[in-house]
Design a protein around this ligand. Structure first.
Ligand SMILES: [Zn+2]
Length: 63
């Protein structure tokens, strides 16, 4: 957390809510009590779900 990366022409700043890497896919998104979270990969997605089980909202629709 010392040097700042050069800014690029990105429309949005989507970063993984677990590791902070840029998120380029929408495949790993989840709704929690504190808002929507998105992740860069299935690994981060799974880890977050483990760590924040209580905050995860049930997905909409019939289940
Ligand atoms: Zn990640």
């Amino acid at each position: 957390m010392a040097s700042e990366a050069p800014k690029s022409d990105v429309a949005q700043e989507d970063v993984c809510d677990l590791c902070g890497l840029p998120v380029e896919v929408d495949d790993y998104e989840i709704s929690t009590t504190s808002g929507k979270r998105h992740f860069c990969c299935e690994g981060c997605f799974g880890i977050f779900k483990m760590l924040h089980e209580d905050e995860i909202l049930p997905s909409a629709g019939s289940g």
